[in-house]
Design a binder for this molecule. Structure first.
Ligand SMILES: C=C(OP(=O)(O)O)C(=O)O
Ligand SMILES: [Mg+2]
Length: 426
């Protein structure tokens, strides 16, 4: 029952309390978790952290880290938010920006503000007994994103002697529902363990930050066995599975040499070579998705690749766009990409995240909602992906903090009256 005060205002979603705590993330680092209590609801959200972060991302934590947030910022935030309506998310996000007082959340940290913002949205949804995806996306949402499963890790998510390419991904494009999709990705992960053992006799079964295997093999060998695993598992289970990559190329771009330095292969490529190399990979292996194939400043390299391969493959900007609407606008003018990674903590609030998603969709840029390499068991992004109608979600394949999102998608799909998989036209 709604509590109605005498002049007829509903109080269900008015914020009564804000609690902030320090918790562990999957890398063993501290992160922030926020609880929002309303008259009739409760929302909890935790912030993830990146390792291969884009240089234009907002600042994750202030100097002094999570301890400073708890000792100095929690009271500031709660005194402003208590009494506000959790439904007024845009106003609340503006209040957080005002408390911070900087352009990029240097004072209180984008991880603090994003955790508050997501917890507020969840509290508002819970106040009306709605799941977050329905509260944000409406009653008619029915699209489930394809899971981009992370199979092998290199670059900043792995140790030495791993491939330079950061993520070898797969998309079960033939899956008819989320259960088929996640149970197509997991045997590819198992198959790759066998294939790696055949190539790397010292392989110990080590995994990277996002649960993919970390082999000591060259990039081209990794590409070959990734494609082989997709083919073999796809044939065994009768579901088409296609490969994808997050190259995270800013991590191996050498600005002085103006080259992409593939240290595992002892090869350097200038931008022209890189365009040719990536185009060749897309054609040879039938890649449906390539993220950050160029340095985060190279809009031109992105645009050139997008013009020659964007018809058959999603060319996705992560470090390039950092979920920032203004930067995306520039990318749209340049025709730099046909997909964008959406990571709420790159921009610091849910309303800013939504503004970027809206602009992307209006311009036929596919939003790909994504985890970070440092995660918690928070499942919010599963709801965001459904609410935003994202065709893809990037959230790993295995590991407790990764399956938290995948299993939540299974539950969401069960609730939908007419669920379909997202629109993936590649
Ligand atoms: C998830 C990624 O890594 P990180 O969280 O380290 O930025 C990525 O680059 O897409
Ligand atoms: Mg990335």
């Amino acid at each position: 029952m709604n509590l109605i005060i005498s002049w007829g205002v509903f109080l269900d979603s008015v914020i009564e309390d804000v609690r902030v705590r320090k918790i562990l993330d999957s890398r063993g680092n501290a992160t922030v978790e926020v609880d929002i209590l309303t008259w009739n609801g409760f929302g909890r959200a935790a912030a993830p952290s990146g390792a291969s972060t884009g240089f234009r991302e907002v600042v994750a934590f202030p100097e002094g880290g999570v301890d400073k947030i708890i000792s100095e910022v929690e009271d500031l935030i709660s005194s402003e938010l208590i009494g506000m309506d959790a439904e007024d998310l845009t106003d609340i996000d503006l209040v957080l920006k005002e408390i911070d007082g900087t352009d990029n959340y240097t004072s209180i940290g984008g991880n603090t503000t994003v955790a508050v913002s997501m917890a507020v949205a969840k509290a508002a949804a819970s106040s009306y007994n709605l799941p977050l995806y329905k509260y944000l996306g409406g009653n008619l949402v029915n699209e489930i994103p394809y899971p981009l499963g992370n199979m092998m890790n290199g670059g900043a998510h792995a140790g030495r002697h791993a491939p330079d390419i950061q993520e070898f991904l797969v998309v079960p494009v033939g899956a008819k529902n989320i259960t088929e999709a996640i149970f197509a990705n997991s045997p590819v992960h198992k198959k790759l363990k066998e294939l790696i053992q055949n190539k790397d006799s010292l392989f110990t079964g080590g995994k990277g930050d996002e649960g993919g295997w970390v082999p000591n093999i060259h990039n081209d060998v990794a590409l070959e066995i990734q494609a082989q695993a997709c083919e073999e598992v796809g044939d065994e289970i009768g579901i088409k599975i296609k490969p994808g990559l997050d190259m995270a190329a800013s991590e191996f771009w050498n600005n002085d040499e103006e080259k992409y330095v593939y240290s595992q292969d002892d090869i350097s490529r200038d931008t022209g070579d890189q365009i040719e190399f990536v185009k060749n990979i897309i054609d040879t292996y039938g890649m449906v998705y390539v993220e950050d194939p160029f340095d985060e400043s190279d809009f031109d390299g992105f645009a050139q690749l997008n013009s020659i391969a964007g018809d058959k493959c999603l060319i996705c900007g992560d470090d390039l766009f950092v979920t920032n609407k203004e930067i995306l606008s520039h990318g749209i003018e340049m025709n730099a990409a046909n997909a964008i990674i959406i990571k709420p903590n790159q921009i610091g609030s849910l309303s800013e995240t939504y503004a970027t998603v809206k602009l992307a969709k209006e311009n036929d840029i596919a939003p790909v909602v994504s985890h970070r390499s440092g995660e918690t068991t928070d499942e919010t992004i599963a709801h965001l992906a459904v609410a935003f109608g994202a065709p893809l979600i990037k959230t790993g394949a295995l590991g407790g903090e990764r399956i938290a999102k995948l299993n939540e998608l299974v539950r969401i799909e069960e609730e939908l009256s007419n669920p379909v998989m997202g629109q993936l036209d590649k």
